[in-house]
Design a protein around this ligand. Sequence first.
Ligand SMILES: [Zn+2]
Length: 89
Amino acid sequence: MVCSGKERSEFTKSIGCGPFAIRTKCPNCHKEVVSEPVYRATTNTHIIAILLCIFVLWPFCCLPYFTPCCQSIDHFCPYCGVYIGTFSD
Ligand SMILES: [Zn+2]
């Protein structure tokens, strides 16, 4: 799989990143690897947090930061640590 020169989103779509670890070929070390998913807060995470804070109860405003479905998941190679792709809703 060739990924150089492609947009991140195109590359992500081509390898089909999901919210969990995926088996793929690392674009850097060319090994068959199981990706390491890393959860990352996005703009949506902050918006949901603010809305929860305003309309629900302030103790719930940190909830999106612990909920995977409100975050992006970056996939990294466990061997060389290179970025493989991102999954987001
Ligand atoms: Zn690698």
